[in-house]
Design a protein around this ligand. Structure first.
Ligand code: LER
Ligand code: MN
Length: 286
């Protein structure tokens, strides 16, 4: 049972800037933690560990970047081995920053067609995630298996599929992850999908329907927060905001614009959380 959620901001939207600036921005707006982009050869984990410690924020999670060379279900065994090695590298990267969670998705982002039959891919997904996950357990790190929308991946689109794959790995260090941007496209009922993940929800990404800060577009975050409280969710809630102008893969960042969203996301969600918790208290719900 938690009093209040711990909020993190995914530094993906700032990717490429000096991380001292990113950590300072997140700390300045009052976040509990920062999510770090999973590029261990480009980001110095020891340096980030010091920056975050000095700023009084934690590292919540690693936002893994699954390029075609990091495909855990690649038909070529060497391709799969390279992907498993990438995830193991992320485990050590996370451990250095005392970060509890590495985001896992079985295949490459923007791969929308399978390269092998579904049975083989499922088996490879289980094997690859299990191998990396057993390594993660030895290092005190957990995995969150994230569902992505159909335009970014054909493999896991809904939380029920993540739960099935997670169960098949037989791992106990972690669980599944919902991202409200993807869920808005793929789930019939976002709060219900979170409720059905009670006990196995490891991480949450929040963004509005257009991937901007919550409160500016179509999603209703009150019922989502209510569902997370119902299932006693006590891990990080991380904003993963990629407004079109700020997409680091489409032309770079826009610091002022991002600053504005960084501030607004937390202010909006804390406000919604307070209203939901007050309503629950008045209704006699814990
Ligand atoms: C991909 O769209 C996504 O949601 C990220 O969390 C990537 O790890
Ligand atoms: Mn996400």
């Amino acid at each position: 049972m938690t009093d209040k959620f711990r909020y993190a901001y995914n530094s993906l939207a700032y990717f490429g800037e000096d991380l001292a600036l990113s950590v300072d921005r997140v700390a300045r707006f009052g976040y509990d933690a920062i999510e770090i982009v999973g590029e261990p050869t480009q980001i110095d984990a020891k340096h980030v560990a010091k920056l975050t410690q000095d700023a009084g924020v934690a590292v919540s999670s690693i936002c893994s970047i699954y390029t075609p060379e990091r495909d855990l279900v690649h038909p070529d065994p060497e391709g799969r081995a390279a992907a498993v090695q990438y995830v193991k590298d992320l485990v050590l990267f996370a451990e250095t920053m005392s970060c509890p969670t590495v985001v896992v998705h079985p295949t490459a982002c923007m791969k929308t067609r399978a390269l092998a039959d579904p049975e083989s891919e499922w088996k490879w997904a289980v094997e690859s995630i299990r191998e990396a996950g057993e390594f993660a357990a030895e290092h005190g790190v957990s995995f969150s298996l994230e569902a992505w929308n159909r335009y970014e991946s054909y493999f896991l689109n809904r939380l029920e599929q993540c739960r099935a794959l997670w169960a098949a790995t037989e791992l106990s260090n972690g669980g599944v992850q919902g991202d409200t941007f993807h869920m808005n496209i793929e789930e019939a009922d976002i709060p219900a999908a979170f409720r059905a993940s009670e006990g196995v929800l490891q991480h949450v990404h929040l963004a509005d329907s257009d991937r901007t800060a919550p409160g500016g577009a179509l999603l209703d975050f009150g019922p989502i927060i209510d569902a997370l409280i119902d299932i006693n969710y006590d891990k990080y809630v991380a904003f993963e905001l990629l407004p079109a102008l700020a997409d680091p893969f489409a032309g770079g960042s826009h610091p002022e614009f991002l600053d504005r969203y960084t501030e607004r996301a937390l202010r909006t969600l804390r406000g919604i959380e307070e209203v939901v918790r007050t309503r629950r208290a008045l209704a006699g719900k814990g």
